[in-house]
Design a binder for this molecule. Sequence first.
Ligand code: ADP
Ligand code: MG
Length: 246
Amino acid sequence: MAQRPDIIVVTDLAKSFGDNRVLRDVDLTIKEGEVVAIIGPSGAGKSTFLRCLNKLEDVTSGHVVVNGHDLTSKETDLDAVRQDIGMVFQHFNLFPHMSVLENVMLAPVELRRGPKDEIRRQAMALLARVGLEEKADARPAQLSGGQKQRVAIARALAMKPEIMLFDEATSALDPEMVGEVLEVIRTLADQGMTMVLVTHEMGFAREVADRVVFMADGVIKEQGSPEEIFDRPQDPRTQDFLSKVL
Ligand code: ADP
Ligand code: MG
């Protein structure tokens, strides 16, 4: 993986909300095709960090460079950068009054990414990819949580992003639906998508991640291969966290 280009370069990132210093001294470089899992206790700053990667949050100081674009520079076209990055959240936020297919087609149609027939064809192909072709005409309310989350993933993929961010994509699901969503994420990993996953699924992180990052109190305490972090954690905070969740 060493020869692949860097696609995300975060240097000396800090983020505060008022007096609350939520992130500090964060340095992280991610290579094209790399899968990075971020783990850590609630309140560590994991979601805030992900949101800084597509400028859903303004950073307080430091630099975030995505695909060569410095998100902290005023000249950067943020819409263009955001189109390179798909994001999937804990809650799916599908539009209830639209069909599954219309939800997936919405962004490419609005951004005029091509003829509508072609966008529809690609949206159907994405629904097939997440195993939901036969639900194209259903409304979100007719789907299970796992199915909704798979639609949300297809919707994010519809913009043909180079990077996918997942913020606890399976945390709101009933246990029996977690597997089908992880399976879709695993397939994306196998296909070479660059991904940053905030997850509580430690077994999954161990299996799919190239690298695991442990965050606590707004800093990266430790990072390494899944074996290094899960089998030989060095930092006492990592050891303590893993002893509670594994
Ligand atoms: P995690 O995802 O690791 O649980 P978060 O990034 O959600 O952590 O939150 C880290 C800290 O930032 C928490 O103390 C939280 O209250 C605070 N925080 C997050 N978002 C905001 C916001 N929009 N305004 C003020 N404080 C926030
Ligand atoms: Mg969070």
